[in-house]
Every structure is written in structure tokens, then in C-alpha cells.
Design a protein around this ligand. Structure first.
Ligand code: SF4
Ligand code: SF4
Length: 141
């Protein structure tokens, strides 16, 4: 009986994520506090990744989070930032309790939609909600 309820709950959860939230992945795992995601940051705004310092200067006025960032280098896809609020010795966020919502929600599925990836060492994983077989069945219908 308990197994049936668990299975029903899992089905409902999957259906909610797929149909209501339009998700394709389920996030598992937890943060290991390595700080990698705070050292290599691409910033996307108004439909594109920030590539020029001028664009970034404008962005700084919009939200305090952007003023925490420092340009590390230029990549062909855009500017790569690091966050000055990261303690480089401990790898921990120095404003953890007051960090931006963006940081609290990281990592989200949207990262994949934007062509991004998470570090292989990251404690999180994204697992497809539908198996390859299920997707194939839908396509073949
Ligand atoms: S504010 Fe903290 S959690 Fe957010 S990017 Fe900076 S160091 Fe990382
Ligand atoms: S890369 Fe992953 S494990 Fe490391 S701090 Fe960021 S979210 Fe946490």
C-alpha cells in the first residue's frame, strides 16, 4: 500500500513538473560549497550574453549583484566574471544570508536552455524527467 502511494506521488510530481512547470529535468544532489560557480560566470541580459565592458557598466546600475562582479577575461561567447563576494581561501560566499535570489536558486534548468553547463565537480545533477524510451514513444505517436 505504501509503495503504491509513493509511486502515485512520484507520478503526480513528474506530471506537475512536466506539464505545469514545463520542466524537462529534475535537480538532484546538493551544493558542496566548492565556490566554482562563483568564479566563472557568464551574465545574460536582454536576450544575450554580455560581451562588452560598456554593456556591463550599464547593467551594474540595475541590480547590486552585478556590482559584485569583476571581469576575469574575455571568452568568445562573452565576458567571464568572478564574484568579489567569494572568499578565495575558504571558497565560501561572504554574504551568504543576503546573497541574490539568482545565487539562491542556482543551478536551474535554464542554464541548459542557454547552452550553459554546470561544473563536473558540482554536487548537483540534472536528470531527465522522461526516459529516452518515453520521449521516443511520444515522437512515434
Ligand atoms: S554573491 Fe555569493 S553565492 Fe552569489 S556569486 Fe557571489 S559569492 Fe557566489
Ligand atoms: S559549483 Fe555546485 S557544488 Fe560548487 S558551489 Fe557551485 S553549486 Fe555548489
Amino acid at each position: 500500500m505504501i509503495l503504491k502511494l509513493v509511486s502515485l506521488w512520484e507520478k503526480l510530481k513528474k506530471s506537475f513538473l512536466l506539464k505545469i512547470l514545463k520542466r524537462k529535468y529534475r535537480r538532484t544532489g546538493k551544493c558542496k560549497g566548492c565556490g566554482r560557480c562563483c568564479r566563472e560566470i557568464f551574465v545574460k541580459h536582454a536576450g544575450g550574453v554580455i560581451k562588452e565592458e560598456k554593456e556591463y557598466s550599464r547593467l551594474k546600475r540595475l541590480h547590486p549583484f552585478y556590482s559584485y562582479l569583476k571581469i576575469r577575461y574575455k571568452h568568445e561567447d562573452g565576458l567571464v566574471f568572478e564574484c568579489t563576494k567569494l572568499d578565495k581561501t575558504t571558497g565560501k560566499c561572504t554574504i551568504y544570508k543576503n546573497r541574490a535570489l539568482l545565487c539562491k536558486l542556482y543551478p536551474q534548468e535554464e542554464i541548459f536552455m542557454l547552452g550553459g553547463i554546470i561544473s563536473e565537480e558540482c554536487g548537483y545533477n540534472f536528470i531527465p524527467l522522461e526516459s529516452f524510451k518515453e520521449v521516443l514513444q511520444k515522437v512515434m505517436k
